[in-house]
Design a protein around this ligand. Structure first.
Ligand code: HEM
Length: 355
């Protein structure tokens, strides 16, 4: 073979090998993963979630957030669902999650229905990922083919949840770096932040902006003054701090592009939201403007970034397990006597509805 051709062939092989490696983390995920083992999966999840959303229109937002809080901590492996036991320290008590996670009981409800239809087949991580997509569809957002085949973790990591999940007072630099740590770009940051188009936040997470921003004794100057007054009414200075305020005052339960229009008129709720538009000279401003002007462009990017987030650190093949119960690893669920399990679930059901 002539030497040039040999080099060409060698380069081509290198490209194939490295190309293969690049995609290896999610190579085994496939939207048709359960096509034979659980063909009813999508319709069961859809049915349950559409019923739940009618009674509790905020739940789709809560489920999308639950998926995000799962994926940013050791990957999308349902680690966030695990309860504290002898060997597990729950992520649910990490600072960003405590008294704040909703939807755990809904995921359990779906898991129970799926265990009846297709026993020991579908992972809790896939149920959570699919629930996020269906939540988008149910609230007017885009739908997409969800790559499936994740397995569930055998561990949780509360300290990693405290480290990896971004905070409401983060600067743009901190936000970008939290997302980059997960392999997500600035564009992913802007499109995924669009999930703050629905759901609620507690007052204490942004009340510094209303009364004493950066210890100036004054409100955040990047907050619209009429909106500021509305927020001060909903979050009195000496109030309890756990009142809940809608992220989007106009369409609080819809997944639409209003989030970006709100940022343009200084009506972002969290500092981390407004940073995307009000940081001088930031490359995120142009992205916010594009999404604010065109719903189709936002939806296209939202889908793409949700799929990318859903692929973070997934367990496939023989890694992890398919949990029988989403709150416990299989070893522990078999060790727990039925009485304990039943009482934990009933307590949880009561707490979840109040937050
Ligand atoms: C960019 C960095 C982010 C920060 C700093 C942040 C912070 C927050 C905070 C502080 C809350 C209110 C929590 C509470 O009141 O207890 C919240 C709620 C929420 N977040 Fe984020 N978040 C971020 C990104 C995301 C992403 C990427 C998603 C999903 C793709 C998301 C979806 C939501 C949703 C839907 C809610 C409302 C949940 C409900 O009403 O139950 N957030 N976020």
């Amino acid at each position: 073979m002539n030497p040039l051709r040999l080099i060409g062939t060698a380069l081509c092989c290198v490209a194939i090998v490295f190309g293969g490696l690049t995609f290896s983390s999610d190579a085994q995920l496939d939207p048709n993963f359960y096509i034979r083992s659980c063909p009813q999966l999508q319709s069961i999840v859809y049915q349950i979630l559409s019923n739940v959303a009618t009674k509790d229109p905020r739940m789709p937002a809560s489920l999308i957030r639950l998926h995000f809080h799962d994926c940013f901590v050791q990957g999308c492996d349902a680690s966030v669902l695990l309860n504290t036991t002898d060997t597990i320290v729950t992520e649910q008590d990490a600072l960003p999650n405590i008294n704040s996670l909703r939807g755990l009981d809904v995921i359990n409800q779906i898991k129970t229905a799926i265990e009846i239809a297709c026993p020991h087949t579908v992972s809790c991580a896939d149920i959570l990922t699919l629930s996020a997509e269906i939540s988008s569809v149910l609230t007017g957002g885009p739908g997409w083919l969800v790559p499936l085949g994740r397995r569930d973790s055998l561990t949780a990591n509360q300290s990693l949840a405290n480290i990896n999940l971004p905070g409401p007072s983060f600067s743009l630099t901190q936000l970008k770096s939290a997302f980059a740590d997960q392999g997500l770009t600035t564009r992913d940051l802007v499109s995924l932040s669009g999930a703050h188009t629905f759901g609620k936040s507690r007052c204490f997470l942004f009340s510094d902006r209303l009364y004493n921003f950066n210890n100036t004794g004054k409100p955040d100057p990047t907050l619209d003054t009429t909106y500021l007054k509305e927020l001060q009414k909903q979050c009195p200075e000496d109030g309890p701090g756990d009142n809940r305020v809608n992220f989007d005052p106009t369409t609080p339960n819809r997944l639409d592009k209003n989030y970006y229009n709100n940022l343009q008129v200084k009506k972002g709720l969290l500092q981390s939201d407004q940073e995307l538009f009000s940081t001088p000279g930031a490359d995120t401003i142009a992205i916010v403007n594009r999404f604010a002007n065109n719903k189709i462009v936002f939806f296209k990017n939202f889908k793409k970034s949700m799929i990318k987030m859903g692929n973070i650190g997934v367990l496939t093949g023989t890694k992890g397990e398919i949990r029988k119960q989403c709150n416990f690893i299989n070893k522990e669920s078999s060790e727990l006597d039925l009485a304990t399990v039943t009482s934990t679930e009933s307590i949880e059901g009561g707490v979840v509805s109040s937050i």
